[in-house]
Design a protein around this ligand. Structure first.
Ligand SMILES: [Zn+2]
Length: 96
């Protein structure tokens, strides 16, 4: 007989639980920005709670977040101006 089990597989960490396919909110960082992706496919262990993310989905996300993916590297980069205009605001002196 052909046993067709679901996509669940045993946990690599505790070897006791089963990894269940679930959709979670995935957090990642893009530079200084925190990116949250809702309904991201993941596998969660029902015993130790280990999370594993689908490799293809991670790769897809990387491609989505990286605008230079698949393109030749561009030399020009936008650098934000670091110099702040100085205001004439002076700190109040405290006399005792
Ligand atoms: Zn586990």
């Amino acid at each position: 007989m052909n046993q067709n089990t679901a996509n669940n597989y045993s946990c690599n960490q505790c070897h006791a639980g089963m990894m269940h396919s679930r959709y979670v909110t995935y957090f990642t960082r893009l530079g200084n920005e925190l990116i949250t992706v809702q309904n991201f496919p993941a596998y969660i262990c029902d015993v130790c709670g280990r999370r594993e993310y689908d490799e293809q989905s991670i790769h897809w996300l990387d491609t989505m977040l990286d605008p230079n993916a698949g393109k030749p590297t561009q030399a020009k980069r936008r650098t934000p101006p670091l110099s702040r205009p100085r205001s004439g605001f002076s700190h109040p002196m405290q006399d005792s």
